[in-house]
Design a protein. Structure first.
Length: 680
């Protein structure tokens, strides 16, 4: 028979038994904590954890967090949420990489406190229990530090002579101090979870893409950085936060593209800015016709004075005339005959571009040179980069590059221009891109908009993916914009500016509702700026410009429009009506914003919008809605509300919700009769 006291090699020879709590890990987490959660400095970030314990003892726990360059942890207690779930809210003030750890332990003193309180209330003798509680508090005092230790010692000092006073021993202060210093043998700690904290521009912004070479006052002339200076007041009027410039580097002449992408260029054709590199330099040089570095610096400074940041295109590819082709031919892919292979995306061919070989034998020097390009522009004051086709370069490269750049300057923001497979777009976001382009341009029907935006703003995806919605780009002129005219541009502006905290337009083509395709079935613009100079007559009061300016002003005024995760959709009995709301984030002042959009750019549409109980607040049944676009006010209620929208008048309503119980107001002009008034 086996002896009970015999040594068992499967158990430790000495020490305390294994800790009793179990910890499932933190939520939200990206890839189980392998990749960094995204957060914005100053914003509250909620964390939750599941922790289990046998029996009836209580658990105590905390979240600890610190910046990667700091040694001292900051601590926040975990609060029981019920059903073995615990949570806490953190706020990160310093930009950069942080780590968060969850820790739970058996709360021996708290468990004792709960039981002795019940016995005391029942009139039982608790003398022995006080001795037990005093011993637990004394043990916590030994583990405590500083003022916490002194306070616990004061409470338990008379313990040797007599039991501690009941009221003092079971008070909240002593209980909290004991919970802070639990028995380390019964403590379980999670692995560190990384959090990348970025500035607000990584989440919120109105972007504007503009070709500097098309900004000349004189038609046919090549624009300069100083010409762009003359556009800054116009952009500031539109409420633009980020002025994004396509590549500003020298353009190659070998196999230069002509107008509308023709394979042969004429002597006056300027070529594609994405064919980077020429005799005057490569990725750290400026196209001579755009101006000098002094001109560029003046533009960046003047834009900043107007609250506009300049973003540059980061296109890691080279024209055949790029200095690297001559100096580092090993950095490019070669064909069987020894010649360098040009870029292809069958059936498209880009003879004017050489793709870089990230797997070359000299890859270390190549990667360092590419990092040097980014650092060069950061030193010139650029803190935002729109990255061209990142999905065609290795994930490992981007993860390394972004980490290295943001380690040195955490204010740098990277936008991924990757219209590719959903999981690839998600992977780019996980490995470090601050923002991402989306499929928004092609999501046009009600159901697909609802499904897609719910996916983008779900807690799981919002942990790492920040959408930037663009109705158009120099490469994307959707069939909807080609077909439906200015009303479609207005509709897409309303949706993009209100569905996402970040949105962008390619202008002035957008404001002027440029809708001519290169050919039937093509999404390329006719006479595209990618291949030729254009001359635009700017008018802040014409086309869609007034609406763009109004939307951006409202985005700055209404905190709800600067959030993504508070988006909620509501039922409408007409498939052409899309209804959704946003409310401010935790601790932010401001109104809930309700949008009702008419997805039909040609005809008026009407129907009933259904709002759930609690929409405007607990027990609020009736409320005013103030149309921030038109200034009109209506009286709405929980339940069904009638709306009629004419696209010739406005693409939709953008309401601020104002809880109240006034007498019903009149319906909008032209609206059908409705019990509580209607939007028109």
């Amino acid at each position: 028979m086996r002896q009970l006291h015999a040594a068992d090699p499967s158990l430790p020879a000495a020490g305390a038994p294994p800790a009793r709590p179990t910890l499932s890990g933190l939520w939200p987490a990206v890839d189980g904590g392998r990749r960094a959660l995204k957060a914005i400095a100053g914003d509250p970030q909620r964390f939750e954890v599941d922790a289990l314990l046998d029996g009836h003892d209580l658990l105590t726990g905390e979240l600890r967090h610190r910046h990667e360059e700091e040694r001292r942890w900051q601590r926040v207690p975990l609060v029981a949420l019920g059903n073995d779930r615990y949570g806490a809210t953190l706020s990160f003030s310093r930009l950069g990489r942080h780590e968060v750890v969850a820790e739970v332990a058996v709360d021996h003193f708290g468990s004792w406190r709960r039981e002795v309180a019940i016995k005391a209330a029942a009139g039982e003798d608790i003398g022995l229990e006080l001795l037990t509680g005093g011993a637990l508090a004394r043990a916590a005092a030994v583990r405590a530090r500083g003022n916490d230790r002194r306070r616990l010692m004061e409470v338990t000092e008379p313990f040797a002579a007599r039991p501690p006073l009941f009221d003092e021993l079971v008070g909240d202060e002593v209980a909290a101090l004991c919970a802070r210093y639990p028995d380390p043998a019964q403590r379980v700690t999670s692995a560190p979870y990384p959090v990348q904290v970025e500035r607000e521009r990584a989440l919120v912004g109105a972007w504007y893409e503009l070709f500097p070479r098309s900004c000349a006052e004189e038609e046919g002339a090549h624009g300069t950085f100083r010409d762009v200076l003359g556009r800054l007041d116009y952009l500031a009027h539109l409420g633009i936060d980020v002025l994004y410039l396509p590549p500003v580097h020298p353009i190659g002449t070998t196999h230069r593209k002509g107008r509308n992408g023709a394979t042969e260029a004429g002597p006056e054709d300027p070529g594609s800015p994405w064919a980077i590199g020429g005799p005057s330099g490569g990725h750290t040089a400026l196209h001579p016709e755009l101006g000098s570095f002094a001109d560029f610096d003046a533009l960046v400074a003047a834009a900043a004075q107007r609250g506009v940041e300049v973003a540059l295109d980061l296109a890691f590819q080279c024209s055949p005339d790029h200095p690297w082709v001559r100096e580092h031919p090993q950095w490019f892919r070669h064909r069987a005959d020894g010649s360098i292979r040009y870029a292809e995306n069958p059936p498209k061919r880009y003879e004017d571009i050489y793709p870089i070989d990230f797997e070359s034998r000299d890859w270390r020097n190549l990667w360092q040179a590419l990092r040097g390009v980014v650092e060069f522009w950061v030193e010139r004051g650029i803190r935002i980069f729109r990255v061209d086709n990142p999905h065609t370069k290795p994930f490992s490269f981007w993860e390394w590059l972004i980490r290295e750049v943001q380690r040195r300057d955490p204010e740098v923001v990277f936008l991924a221009e990757a219209f590719t497979r959903p999981k690839v777009m998600g992977e780019l976001a996980k490995l470090g891109f601050s923002q991402s382009y989306t499929y928004f341009a092609w999501r046009q029907g009600k159901e697909e908009l609802v499904d897609y935006l719910r996916e983008l703003t779900s807690p799981e995806m919002a942990a790492y993916f920040r959408p930037n919605l663009w109705p158009n780009t120099p490469d994307i002129l959707t069939e909807q914009l080609q077909r439906d005219g200015a009303a479609a541009f207005a509709l897409r502006a309303l949706l993009a500016a209100t569905l996402s905290a970040s949105w962008g337009i390619y202008g002035p083509a957008f404001e002027q509702a440029e809708h001519r395709p290169r050919s039937v079935g093509s999404e390329e613009y006719l006479d595209s700026e990618k291949y030729e100079l254009r001359h635009w007559h700017l008018d802040e009061k014409a086309g869609v410009a007034p609406l763009v300016a109004q939307l951006n002003a409202l985005r700055r005024a209404e905190a709800a429009l600067r959030r993504n995760t508070t988006l909620a959709f509501y039922g409408a009995d007409n498939p052409a009506l899309l209804a959704y709301s946003k409310h401010p984030g935790a601790g932010e002042a401001g109104a809930t914003v309700l949008c009702v959009a008419n997805l039909d750019a040609h005809y008026p549409q009407s129907g009933w919008v259904e709002l759930p109980a609690g929409f405007a607040g607990p027990e609020v049944e009736r409320f005013d809605v103030h149309d921030l676009l038109s200034g009109e006010r209506y009286h709405w209620q929980v339940g069904r509300n009638f709306v009629i929208l004419d696209p010739k008048r406005a693409p939709g309503h953008l309401f601020a919700v104002e809880p109240s119980t006034p007498a019903p107001t009149a319906a909008a002009p032209g609206a059908a009769a409705a019990p509580l008034g209607a939007g028109g």
